[in-house]
Design a protein around this ligand. Structure first.
Ligand SMILES: [Zn+2]
Length: 291
């Protein structure tokens, strides 16, 4: 069992690191991808990369990148990047960090495009257009960095409700740069783009959302995605399992061990055994991020 997208540098996970890793191993966890998404979390992820050797039962792989929402002016994320000059500088910084640490890295990301919050957070339309433009510049650069360093991508795309502009723009960028693969993590968009995503050489990362009552559309994506193109992820600590499945003594935040429940759901949706889904998603993880 492999968790293909988790944020171990977040306080909620970091404060209970041993416990959380133990729980993951107990649940059958063999490895995970620790994903940075801000300057600070990337530095932390790089710093802890070698410390994972003290957990011989699991393989912890590292990915660094800059989440699209940090390129928006009114983002809740601290230290937002609010102009073209800063955007260029932070991307140069990232390229340099990747070069310096290429041996310690298994992927580039979290990167991508996020149009979901732009309308609410940025009232002015020309600011909004600039934010989209800078997100695109940043994403394109991540894809180029991934190609140059022969690393896969972990991509976040989030559209506004009932729109598909974000996934269209994302696919256009990965296809224009070309020569890269990886994961569209937490894809919850339209089924219409599934074929294009898979055709571009990407897999889909499914998480606890598929256990949520309201997520029929995502369960439908699970149904339509061949098992060879699926990886599982926790996106911890951001996506807790549906409350019903959380026992009383557990706090309500996502943990890598939650992928066990995600595997169970996929097995039920696709009418496959849990063992088969575990094996398939594990070998898919290894095919993308290495042994
Ligand atoms: Zn994430």
């Amino acid at each position: 069992m492999f968790d293909s997208h988790t944020h171990l540098e977040e306080d909620l996970l970091k404060q209970n690191r041993n416990e959380i890793i133990d729980e993951f191993i107990q649940a059958g966890g063999k490895g995970l991808l620790n994903v940075g998404y801000t300057i600070e979390s990337n530095l932390e992820a790089l710093k802890s990369a070698s410390s994972w050797l003290s957990y011989p039962e699991i393989v912890v792989k590292t990915s660094i990148g800059l989440h699209p929402t940090i390129f928006c002016q009114n983002s809740n994320i601290q230290n937002a990047i609010t102009n073209y000059n800063q955007t260029r500088k932070v991307l140069d910084w990232l390229a340099e960090k990747v070069k310096e640490n290429s041996g310690a890295l298994s992927a580039i990301g979290e990167t991508g495009l996020d149009y979901y919050r732009i309308n609410d957070e940025i009232p002015d339309t020309s600011d909004r257009a600039e934010c989209v433009e800078r997100q695109k510049i940043a994403f394109r650069r991540h894809v180029e960095i991934a190609r140059e360093n022969r690393l896969p991508l972990t991509i976040h795309t989030r559209d506004r409700i009932d729109e598909s502009e974000c996934i269209r723009d994302s696919l256009e960028i990965v296809c224009e740069v070309g020569g890269v693969g990886g994961i569209f993590h937490c894809y919850t968009g339209s089924l219409d783009y599934l074929e294009d995503i898979l055709g571009a050489g990407f897999l889909i990362g499914f998480n606890a959302i598929i256990t949520y009552k309201s997520a029929d559309n995502v369960r439908n994506l699970v149904k339509e995605t061949p098992i060879e193109s699926i990886v599982v992820e926790s996106d911890a600590p951001y996506l807790p399992l549906r409350k019903k499945t959380i026992q009383n003594n557990r706090q309500n935040f996502g943990k890598p061990s939650d992928v066990k429940e995600v595997i169970k759901s996929i097995a039920a949706i696709k009418d496959l055994s849990e063992t088969y889904v575990t094996q398939a998603t594990s070998s898919n993880f290894k095919a993308v991020f290495g042994e």
